[in-house]
Ligand binder design. Structure first.
Ligand SMILES: [Zn+2]
Length: 451
């Protein structure tokens, strides 16, 4: 293997440049970021394809040709970022400056770092003149944060030949997490389905000056009150648990790293009583919430809409609910569970249904990831896991691609956690951790495609 000790430094430089390009979505405007990467690839002798539904929302795709012995490997990152509340940040969000050992900026870990790492890895392999046994594709895509319509979803629908691959490495996993002194690398092998719903309550319209329930009993005819009662009930309920293979394995493997009694209780969390017991005792509320989300479908009310005049009782009121379904569960299953909570007289329209994604973790790529991680962090334990959110894997998997959420990154033991930075204020990435991740990614891609 060649000397790649300088590769991380290059990734740092390109990540800084990408962070200085504001790709806040909405509106996105990813084209300058795609062009930046496109220019880099062109200089490296890898002619890029810049392509998008609109001139402002281009994607960049590039391919290092292999000998065609095996189907391609896709490296992928979305180039858009979520909005910032600038006044809540302690440093500028689009300056890409380095401070206290971190590169600061929106997109540092979500996920321009993967774009920078993938770009320098591909360019290095090209410079080395290797002919891999499979094509290596990089896709830097628009619009992941708003549902992928201009990015991966559009590429898969309009230009599948550009991005079709057997395996993909992308969001969301591969970062180090500390649990009771042990270092875990969660690697996403499944993600929940996304079911966006509108709940509709109807009632009797009327004048706001005359309540219909003079005695004060429950208001049954006011649509606003009915939708309010429904979302209050929904928000206070944890839906039924469902046992899935991926979560069972995740809990078993985490348990092995943990002291008693967690070691004994974690593998039994498919039992609701055990889960309730344990979830109440997990000291980190964020960890508890993530665990709970892996055990059940979820349905979270996020928007309300009703009425347009203070003195008029409207005939209809709406609530929007963000639903997430476990592998093996459909939108219809989730709707049924919600109706069991809020009753059957509130209508539920499914407005968007993106089914769950799940792969069998076992593969030659998985073995390469595990072996390489062990070399670079002998203490770290890679663990396959289910992500509650959605990623571009929803799109790539429609082409049969087996997607791993793996963008290697090691955090120092300073209390800074991936979970706090992801979509959070003061998003930043450790400089040394990024350099480490770049070397890991290089080794994995090289070993998997050239070994
Ligand atoms: Zn992301």
């Amino acid at each position: 293997m060649s000397d790649v000790s300088d590769l991380g430094e290059e990734a740092v430089k390109h990540l800084q440049a990408l962070l200085r390009i504001d790709t806040t979505n909405p509106p996105g405007n990813e084209t300058p970021a795609a062009e930046y990467l496109g220019d880099f690839f062109a200089r490296a002798g890898l002619p890029p394809t810049l392509i998008g539904e609109t001139p402002e929302r281009k994607n960049v795709v590039v391919r290092l040709k292999g000998d065609g012995d095996k189907p391609p490997l896709l490296l992928t990152a979305h180039l858009d970022v979520v909005p910032v509340e600038a006044e809540r940040w302690t440093r500028p969000a689009f300056a890409g400056d380095i401070h206290d050992g971190y590169i600061w900026g929106r997109g540092a870990i979500d996920m321009k770092h993967m774009a920078a790492m993938s770009a320098v890895v591909l360019a290095r392999l090209k410079a080395e003149g290797v002919t891999p046994r499979r094509d290596i594709i990089f896709a830097g895509v628009a619009d992941e944060e708003a549902g992928c319509d201009h990015g991966s979803r559009w590429l898969v629908d309009q230009h599948p030949e550009l991005v079709r691959a057997e395996f993909a490495l992308g969001e969301l996993g591969g970062f180090s997490v500390r649990m009771n002194g042990r270092i875990i690398y969660p690697i996403m092998v499944a993600e929940k389905g996304t079911v966006w719903m509108k709940l509709r309550a109807s009632g009797r319209p009327g004048h706001g000056s005359i309540p219909r329930v003079p005695s004060g009993e429950r208001e049954e005819s006011n649509a606003v009150a009915r939708i309010g009662a429904a979302v209050a009930k929904l928000a206070a309920t944890r839906l039924p648990q469902h046992r899935t293979q991926v979560v069972d394995r995740y809990l078993r493997e985490i348990a092995r790293t943990q002291p008693f009694p967690s070691s004994a209780l974690l593998p039994r969390m498919h039992n609701r009583a055990v889960a309730n017991f344990l979830l109440r005792r997990v000291p980190d509320k964020g960890v508890a919430a993530a665990l709970a989300a892996a055990l059940s479908n979820t349905a979270v009310p996020t928007m309300l809409r009703a009425g347009n005049k203070v003195n008029v009782i409207p005939g209809e009121a709406e609530a929007y609910v963000d639903g997430r379904s476990l592998p093996g569960q459909t939108a219809a299953d989730l709707v049924r569970e919600i109706k069991d909570v809020i009753g059957h007289d509130i209508a539920i329209d499914v407005e968007r249904d993106m089914p769950p994604v799940e792969i069998d973790p076992q593969s030659p790529l998985w073995d390469t990831i595990v072996a390489t991680l062990k070399k670079h962090d002998p203490e770290g334990v890679p663990v396959p896991y289910l992500a509650p959110g959605f990623t571009d894997a929803k799109s790539w998997s429609r082409l049969g691609t087996r997607c791993y959420g793996f963008t290697p990154l090691r955090f120092p033991d300073d209390g800074v956690k991936f979970a706090d930075l992801f979509h959070g204020h003061d998003e930043r990435i450790p400089v040394e951790g990024l350099k480490w991740g770049t070397r890991v990614l290089y080794d994995i891609v090289r070993a998997f495609t050239c070994g």
